[in-house]
Design a protein around this ligand. Structure first.
Ligand code: GDP
Length: 528
């Protein structure tokens, strides 16, 4: 029988972060191949191809279409169970990505060897850093002309302020890319031998001076390899697991996902180095994964996958306990008990009914809108997990139904979309229009389309003169009330009824903050 601590020890829940086109989809596909999830790997690939063939907007829609199946991929490799959480590629949907990162214990950062650190890599890295997330780096596309590997590791070190230690070292690049030397296990990995589906094991060596290397590699390549390895070992610190777990050191693998090269080593690296499910912070205490009682939090909602059924799936990250189908759990927000009788486990092949799940696993809970992002499910305890952010929108528009008689329907649609986390929705205290806020402007197009197709309300979005929105909090309820009452023209509420200040411009916001030093004007608000 599996014990809780065994199940926890063998789990690795992680996400891949990268700039678009660095090779995340390709790497995901290859990682799944190793886990025997070939069918799913095909789907991921198809998705990659479709994406390139369509506009951004189409791409987003298409991603939604298959994203329930592929947003969590669970597979086994070498005695470990991996939960790989997918993150949306387009930066306008980065909010989704941020939330997904709250549900993983570590990340793999993919970098294009010709480009180095790119804008989106940096942004996502910063989010990981906020959580001291351990990160393994994979430098991809070594089969192309790349930047010098010393320059690349230097860039990671400088721009991310991380200690860097290569786990493997490339031998040549582009057309003359021969393979890598595995610095952690003293093994020679050759590209030509890894062409078969799963890549070869590699040749064990007694060290970088092993004469075997002279037999297997051209003389000039061996000479260069020995010289570079000596430099690397002199320049870079040794791998320090604690520093990696603390998020201050990243081991770097080199490879080519397209050629299956370096993927096995990366996967083994995640198995060996990456943390098992970590304790999750909650108000007042840390929740240990090995606690007997079940607990978890919702980090993502996917709604209306099937327009004929108003179904929603809440993605729950299990934080502790052994979950079994039919478990009765307390829902933090309503205080009600939920009988989870039809949970979905995201096995790589397909959705399957989950009979059981362990800490680190993600289960999908079909529901009709009662579960929201940030909600906790527990076996009775009143828990509130922290660190699940809601972002102040950077783009605000008003929304109106094309047919004024559909205003009520629109209100309902907006409420549901806000609960799903697809947008911020504000009701100004004065005036009839709703204000919708998003992080990336492409989200407006998707919202208009969803409101039309899923709720049958054609709508118009129109620009506003508003600059930004801030949640307003104050420890003194009376002071807050006074502010709200005297600023009615600039106040509204979000979908939970929390007060929001709608600023006309930066000066308006600064002024309000200066005049009311006891109030907090918050850019992000933790979900309750
Ligand atoms: P994503 O946007 O990060 O998911 O990137 P994709 O996996 O879709 O890859 C972007 C492009 O780079 C595609 O054309 C891939 O075929 C290509 N690609 C990915 N990995 C490699 C690699 O190791 N070598 C080469 N030459 N191309 C690659």
């Amino acid at each position: 029988m599996t014990t809780l601590s065994d199940a926890v020890a063998k789990r690795r829940t992680f996400a891949i972060i990268s700039h678009p086109d660095a090779g995340k989809t390709t790497l995901t596909e290859k990682l799944l191949l190793f886990g025997g999830a070939i069918q799913m790997a095909g789907a991921v690939k198809a998705r990659g191809e479709q994406r390139r063939a369509h506009s951004d907007w189409m791409k987003v829609e298409r991603e939604r279409g298959i994203s329930v199946a592929s947003s969590v991929m669970t597979y086994d490799y070498n005695g470990k169970t991996f939960n790989l959480l997918d993150t949306p590629g387009h930066e306008d949907f980065s909010e989704d990505t941020y939330r997904t990162l709250t549900a993983v214990d570590s990340a793999v950062m993919v970098i294009d060897a010709a480009k180095g650190i790119e804008a989106q890599t940096l942004k996502l890295f910063e989010v990981c850093r906020l959580r001291d997330m351990p990160i393994i780096t994979f430098v991809n596309k070594l089969d192309r002309e790349s930047r010098d590997p010393f320059e690349l590791i230097d860039e990671v070190e400088q721009r991310l302020a991380l200690d860097v230690t290569p786990a493997s070292w490339p031998i040549g690049m582009g057309r003359s890319f021969l393979g890598c030397y595995d610095l952690l296990h003293d093994r020679l990995l050759l590209v030509e031998r890894s062409r078969d589906k799963k890549g070869a094991e590699g040749e064990s060596c007694s060290g970088i001076d092993d004469p075997k290397l002279d037999e297997l590699l051209p003389a000039d390549a061996v000479a260069q390899l020995r010289e570079e390895v000596e430099m690397v070992r002199g320049l870079c610190p040794e791998f320090d697991r604690q520093a990696y777990l603390d998020g201050t050191m990243t081991p770097v693998y080199f490879g080519s996902a397209l050629n299956n090269f370096g993927v096995r080593e990366l996967l083994q690296g995640v198995a060996d180095m990456a943390p098992a499910p970590r304790p999750q912070p909650a108000v007042g205490r840390l929740v240990e994964p090995t606690e007997d009682k079940i607990s978890g939090f919702v980090f993502k909602i996917q709604a209306n996958m099937d327009p004929n059924h108003r179904d929603r799936i809440a993605f729950l990250r299990l934080c502790s306990g052994h979950f079994k189908r039919g478990s009765k759990l307390r829902h933090s927000r309503s205080g009600k008990t939920i009988n989870v009788h039809n949970p979905v486990l995201f096995l790589a092949r397909d959705r399957e009914l989950a009979e059981e799940a362990w800490p680190g696993d993600i289960i999908g809970i079909p529901n009709h809108g009662n579960l929201g992002i940030g909600d906790a499910l527990t076996e009775g305890e009143e828990l509130k997990f922290t660190g699940i952010p809601s972002f102040a929108p950077e783009y605000l528009q008003t929304v109106r139904p094309a047919d004024p008689l559909r205003a009520k329907h629109l209100g309902r649609a907006l409420q549901q979309l806000a609960e799903e986390g697809a947008a911020r929705v504000f009701k100004p205290t004065i005036g009839a229009d709703w204000i919708v806020g998003v992080v990336g402007p492409l989200q407006f197009d998707v919202l208009a389309d969803r409101i039309r197709t899923e709720y049958e309300v054609p709508v118009h979005f129109e620009p506003t003169s508003l600059h930004t929105a801030r949640w307003v909090e104050c420890d003194d309820a009376l002071k807050l009330k006074r502010f709200v009452d005297s600023n009615q023209g600039a106040m509204g509420t979000d979908h939970t009824g929390a007060p929001v200040f709608l600023a006309r411009n930066a000066w308006h916001l600064d002024r309000a903050a200066e005049d009311n030093p006891d109030l907090r004007f918050l850019k992000t608000k933790e979900q309750i």
